[in-house]
Design a protein. Structure first.
Length: 99
């Protein structure tokens, strides 16, 4: 991971904006995969897979630690994102008429 050395606050803010755009793009990609996941599940219980959610949270907490970022902050962000994406996946299941 390479971070550019910025010489002005304006330059720094532009770099942060670029990172934010990439983060949003990656979240959109993740959300697309979540929508696909609904094709492999048949019940809300399968979607609300607590064990899988715990795996993801543990994985991102560990990754955050290795990168020197607050694991609690990353886990909190992921909890919120997962909650929203679970609702998206449930909506996909309903749209499919699975229940």
């Amino acid at each position: 991971m390479e971070v550019k050395k910025c010489d002005t606050l304006e330059e720094l803010r532009k770099e942060i904006d670029k990172v934010d755009e990439k983060i949003v793009e990656l979240i959109a990609i993740r959300n697309s995969y979540i929508k696909q996941a609904a094709n492999f599940k048949h019940t809300v219980e399968e979607i609300k897979a607590d064990e899988r959610i715990d795996e993801v949270l543990n994985h991102v907490r560990h990754k955050a630690l290795t990168l020197g970022v607050s694991p609690n902050m990353v886990a909190d962000l992921y909890k919120h994102m997962i909650d929203e994406m679970v609702e998206t996946e449930i909506a996909e299941l309903r749209n499919r008429g699975a229940f």
